[in-house]
Design a protein around this ligand. Structure first.
Ligand code: ATP
Length: 282
């Protein structure tokens, strides 16, 4: 075997609470994260040099290549890889696309090259590259706490979602900076609410699930990208309860009716550049 293709699923946040900020600048969060079927495809191929290409232009250093180079250095390997990413996840969209690609590279390289590294070491390496990477390495449905390193696996359920993006790239850093006062608002009851939402995914209606969703970044994200509010209004007009994923600008909604989801995607596509119906990964 000299190549491998790995799926890199996007994530949505059923909930995202900002609990504080550490002295080193990292935010302390409590998130209920969920992998979804919307995914990039990452191919790793043995090559003469370490290179990375993608089906769409990506500004700056690719996190996927960075992940491979760090793994290679940590294990003192000499092999080289060409990485190719078929991008299906919108860029800078609050869907953790870059982190998903990096996690897929780590998992793919370990499998392709039979690398001697434990799961704990891989998670630590992932965290050193980005706060979303430990979750992307593990997947499913998880309560994610701390700066992204405290993972509590929960039982995932297959749920239908409508996901749309207004086409404006949103900087996570800028949204955190704009959050200001929300950073100090620690809420003890949030953990119970997140666990109740996780439980509700097994059978509750989309409306009941949506009532338990929360995102402390919404006001700041909407202030930076007013299109988010317009997209949310379009979801609501279609009978869907819109939620913001991560720092945006992607909006999603749980949906009980496949026909409604299909109609909603068609309508949203008339105005917005990206809309899909897909399931959560159970
Ligand atoms: P998060 O939800 O973790 O904040 P995001 O979904 O908002 O992430 P990404 O799609 O991961 O954002 O991209 C953020 C930035 O990272 C991009 O603007 C891009 O410059 C850079 N980047 C580096 N590698 C990648 C990659 N493989 N895919 C997408 N973006 C990448």
């Amino acid at each position: 075997m000299n190549s491998i293709t790995v799926a890199a699923p996007a994530k949505i946040n059923w909930r995202l609470e900002i609990l504080g900020k550490r002295a080193d600048g990292y935010h302390i969060l409590r998130m209920l994260n969920q992998q979804v079927e919307l995914a990039d495809a990452v191919t790793l191929k043995l090559a003469d040099a370490d290179t990375c290409t993608a089906s769409v232009p990506i500004e700056g250093a690719n996190l996927a290549l960075k992940a491979w180079l760090k793994l290679k250095e940590q294990l003192g390997r000499t092999e080289c890889l060409h990485i190719h990413i078929e991008k299906n996840i919108p860029l800078a969209a609050g869907l953790a696309g870059g982190s998903a690609d990096a996690a897929a590279v780590l998992r793919g390289a370990v499998q392709l090259l039979q690398l001697p590294i434990s799961d704990a070491e891989l998670l630590a390496l992932g965290l050193s590259l980005g706060a979303d990477i430990p979750f992307c390495l593990t997947g499913g449905l998880m309560l994610v706490e701390g700066i992204g390193e405290e993972l509590t696996p929960l039982t995932p359920s297959r749920r239908l979602l409508v996901i749309a993006n207004p086409g404006c790239q949103q900087s996570t850093k800028a949204v955190f900076a704009a959050c200001g006062a929300a950073v100090a608002a620690a809420r003890d009851e949030g953990r119970g609410e997140a666990l109740a939402l996780a439980e509700s995914l097994g059978g509750a209606t989309a409306a009941a699930v949506a009532a338990l969703c929360r995102n402390d970044m919404l006001a700041a994200a909407e202030q930076l990208s007013p299109q988010i509010g317009e997209l949310m209004a379009d979801f609501a007009a279609l009978g869907l309860a819109p939620q913001l994923s991560g720092s945006g600008a992607t909006v999603f909604a749980p949906c009980d009716d496949p026909q409604l989801a299909e109609q909603a995607v068609a309508r949203l596509k008339e105005r917005w550049p990206f809309a899909v119906a897909c399931h959560t990964i159970a």
